[in-house]
Design a protein around this ligand. Structure first.
Ligand code: AMP
Length: 433
């Protein structure tokens, strides 16, 4: 959903006219695709120009072959648009965590080959992301041509956001930068942030735009009720998200191991469940705050327990007040599933990050899979649902409802920081409109 904002004349800012933008509305209005007021790729004039596109091709590889091309596919709308606009595409990404130098294990060549296959179009490759070869190859591109650069993390300057290195990267384009790597936007690295200082225009790509649109709207103008579902292993990883979303959402459902820190803080027995002792005080404060503000902070009322963290361990169901000392909670129980599903069914905005239990083990997967189904059902009934974080994303795939979710975020860490209310350096660095 776009925002309708009065803006200065776009053609004055960017030297070109926006077709149909704000037709019939005076002064000129522009339908903003994201609520961040950042320049987007659609507004660039790419014809005949080299554009540096930071993508996230951090894909899993096995024996030099891409085993999951989701991240490459996610950038295709941006790449196809840039090709259609007649741009000359110079693509950069990181892959894995090479230790300060070139390592063939982390080469982007397999990703370049996969891209060639997906686009059904030749893709060139430069064996270094900076230097004479990359520059010559970028200059030989025809309109709509594509060059993939080798892993930017083969240079330690990338993660240091080094100025000279950023400048070298910028030399590979004609003043135009597009960032489509939402998953890297929380990192102030050279190919994400540094480079923007040496280009004329830095715009969000389609994927970045979609992420900002969904996450941004949830934080700034959510349809209500807004239900946040948080789970996973640790409270400590999600403190900022809990605190921020408690200010914005109408209800919060907590599951996974992190529920036990809250349950213990309430004085309930948790047996051998995972508890972060050093976060008990924080949990007690959040519970008190929720109570005082009448905020709906829901914890499991029952759970699936077992004597050990092991697939095949004998599982039983009990109320959270009756947890035996020698057992640990590994999934939310049936009553909690019903209560959480009822809350989700009422929602008009849903943000979910983190599994409700050890969903990797079938005996403890039900809570997570049922929540996935409830989120899909609410979406079918008109809610906007956003799922982020590797495990919850895996869970929506596992339960077969991934195509029913409004938005599956591609950036686990970045989406958590964004939901925690932090500004993402990779977004901040884009040109304001
Ligand atoms: P996170 O990376 O923080 O989202 O945590 C995800 C991990 O939390 C998954 O691997 C789950 O197996 C694990 N997890 C979820 N619930 C529990 C639980 N009750 N006890 C232990 N681990 C859990």
């Amino acid at each position: 959903m776009g925002l309708l904002l009065p803006l200065p004349r776009f053609d004055q800012i960017h030297g070109r006219k926006i077709l149909n933008a704000g037709a019939g509305l005076r002064p000129p209005f522009l339908i903003l695709a994201n609520p961040m007021n950042k320049l987007t790729i659609d507004a660039l004039d790419l014809r005949g120009k080299r554009v540096f596109i930071r993508v996230d091709f951090n894909v899993p590889l096995k024996d030099g072959v891409v085993t999951d091309d989701t991240r490459i596919r996610e950038t295709l709308p941006t790449l196809r648009l840039a090709i259609q606009m007649g741009g000359r595409l110079v693509l950069a990404s990181h892959l894995g965590r090479p230790k300060g130098g070139p390592d063939p294990k982390y080469s982007l060549l397999p990703a370049a080959k996969k891209l060639e296959e997906l686009l059904d179009k030749p893709v060139q490759f430069a064996g270094d992301c900076v230097g004479a070869d990359a520059e010559a190859k970028s200059r030989s591109l025809a309109d709509g041509g594509i060059l993939v650069l080798e892993n930017v993390r083969f240079h330690p300057q990338e993660e240091k956001n080094d100025e000279a290195f950023s400048k070298q990267l910028a030399a590979l384009c004609d003043g135009l930068f597009v960032c489509d790597a939402f998953g890297s936007a929380h990192r102030a690295h050279a190919s994400v942030v540094g480079i923007t200082r040496f280009v004329q225009q830095a715009a969000a790509g389609k994927l970045m735009q979609k992420e900002l649109e969904y996450l941004g709207k949830a934080l700034t103008n959510p349809a209500r009720p807004f239900v946040a579902i948080l789970g996973g292993a640790k409270v400590s990883d999600k403190i900022e998200v809990i605190e921020n979303l408690m200010k914005i959402a109408d209800a919060m459902l907590i599951g996974g191991a992190m529920a036990y820190t809250f349950l213990k803080a309430q004085g309930l027995p948790v047996g051998k469940s995972l508890v972060e002792e050093d976060k008990l005080e924080l949990a007690a404060r959040l519970l008190a705050e929720a109570k005082q503000r009448n905020f709906r902070l829901l914890l499991p009322s029952d759970h699936v327990v077992a004597p050990e963290f092991k697939a095949g361990a004998p599982a039983t169901i009990c109320g959270v007040a009756e947890t035996p000392a020698e057992q640990m909670g590994l999934d939310i129980g049936p009553k909690s599933i019903v209560a959480y599903a009822a809350e989700i069914a009422k929602a008009k905005t849903i943000v979910w990050n983190g599994p409700m239990g050890v969903f990797e083990m079938p005996a403890f997967a039900k809570g997570t899979l049922e929540v996935a189904k409830a989120v899909a059902a609410a979406t079918a009934a008109g809610a906007v649902s956003i799922v982020g974080g590797g495990d919850s994303v895996a869970a929506v795939h596992q339960s077969g409802v991934a195509d029913k979710i409004s938005h599956i975020s591609t950036g686990g860490g970045a989406s958590l920081e964004f939901l925690g209310g932090r500004k993402l350096p990779g977004v901040e660095a884009l040109t304001n409109i």
